[in-house]
Design a protein around this ligand. Structure first.
Ligand code: C5P
Length: 409
């Protein structure tokens, strides 16, 4: 991820008293990897889980645990810290602290700092599943949403009690990704608030026999990052993904599929309920004509001919449907990227098309970075230089948001 632009950005990490406090140590470390300055504020309960000294050592800054730490009257540390912060991130956020935030209770350093601060705020809830489901907690989270506080997670997984369910704090990577995005943009952009977003990602797998098949080297990363960003912007996201090793971003409805035909089925069933669809998957263009149920034996043959048939072009099919969602396609090209992307946009009747050059293992399909050109039907063109995929996802949603706004005005 590009660190240069984030150097010196200022984050206050509020750590409250849950077992996930140990994961906040990793959040501090990773933010510091991006040269972000992190100050940690802890509730009294949090200090029972991890010592302030640990956070002081990791952050290289003094840690605040009390409202009354400043000796001099001009100190007013909660006000100073609130002015200093460009982002306040609460991780883990207990049910108790979420309740305080929602109701404006200010009875310790972190809660007072929260009220004094005008910077964007992120919370990463962490609690037992039945606490998380409780109407009071849900009400408080809804209040925070109205107050423009963004939520990361929680994830569903194993909880402190040993049970499994929703309430587990999102992983540090997820929290850091949300924090970095907010720092880059200054505000938490909620331009997809309440909209239904459909995204396809990853390769497809076309079976030849029970153990062999055809696929490609797509990792799914670009689509997963687009989904993660869409959730942060307030979208209700369905991600239809072919085989991928990546974990579903928190808050996304994941529909895992194998073949192009499976993907087509899921996409077409979700499409008429979607406001925006981004078809990012690297769908196999051909599938074996005659897959067999038993493992193929090599016998004594020296070569194998496999008859393949074309798969349905899901994007083009959606392009023809009426009504259809706002439609964005992807084009991976090895040459003449701009021209071919424009041709595909018209040919498949998309509103926008993101083109990228197929090059090496690091950029584009299968890589961590991408370098793209974004075209729209009005002749608009935006080039995005090589950047990590999370950042490219932010830029793509930015371009989509601006174009849709122009179309609607
Ligand atoms: O024609 P091409 O495969 O290059 O087009 C790429 C775009 O079309 C991508 O958005 C991809 O997700 C979509 N596509 C599709 N169904 C296919 C093939 C491609 O939706 N069978």
């Amino acid at each position: 991820m590009s660190s240069a632009s984030l150097e010196g950005k200022r984050v206050v990490l509020v750590v409250t008293g849950g077992i996930a406090a140990y994961k906040a140590c990793e959040v501090v470390r990773r933010l510091r990897d991006h040269r972000v300055i992190v100050r940690v504020a802890m509730t009294a309960a949090a200090t029972r889980f991890v010592t302030p000294l640990t956070f002081a050592a990791l952050s290289g800054q003094s840690v605040m645990t009390s409202l009354f730490a400043g000796e001099r009257p001009e100190d007013i540390p909660h006000v100073r810290w609130a002015e200093w912060a460009e982002l306040v991130c609460v991780a883990p956020a207990t049910a108790d602290f979420i309740a305080k935030m929602a109701h404006g209770v200010a009875d310790d350093f972190p809660s007072t700092l929260y009220l004094a601060n005008a910077a964007p705020t992120l919370v990463a809830p962490a609690m037992e599943d039945d606490m998380y489901r409780h109407a009071a907690v849900q009400r408080n989270l809804a209040t925070l949403e109205q107050d423009d506080v963004a939520t990361v997670g929680p994830a569903t997984g194993s909880l402190a009690s040993g049970r499994t369910g929703p309430g587990r704090m999102s992983e540090p990577d997820e929290i850091v990704a949300a924090a970095l995005r907010t720092l880059r943009h200054g505000v938490i952009n909620k331009d997809l608030d309440g909209q239904r977003v459909l995204i396809t990602a990853g390769p497809t797998y076309e079976a030849l026999d029970p153990v062999r098949g055809f696929t490609n080297r797509s990792s799914g990363r670009m689509g997963f990052e687009l989904a993660r960003e869409a959730v942060l912007r307030g979208g209700r996201v369905t991600l239809v993904a072919g085989p991928s090793r990546l974990a579903a971003p928190a808050g996304v409805e994941l529909r895992s599929v194998q073949s192009a035909a499976d993907m087509q089925r899921e996409v077409l069933s979700a499409a008429n309920e979607s406001d925006v669809a981004i078809l990012c998957a690297a769908v196999c263009d051909f599938t074996p004509l005659d897959p067999v149920d038993e493992k193929l034996k090599k016998g004594d043959r020296s070569c194998l001919d496999v008859a393949m048939v074309r798969t349905t072009d899901i994007l083009a099919t959606l392009g023809k449907s009426d009504p259809r969602p706002f439609l964005v396609g992807f084009a991976a090209e090895s040459s003449d990227v701009r021209e071919r992307t424009a041709e595909k946009m018209a040919g498949k009747n998309c509103d926008m098309m993101v083109g990228n050059r197929v090059q090496g293992a690091e950029v584009g399909m299968g890589g961590f970075d991408n370098e793209v050109v974004i075209l729209d039907r009005q002749g608009g063109e935006e080039r995005i230089e090589r950047l990590p995929k999370p950042e490219v996802a932010t830029r793509i949603w930015g371009a989509i948001g601006r174009y849709r706004e122009r179309m609607n005005s």
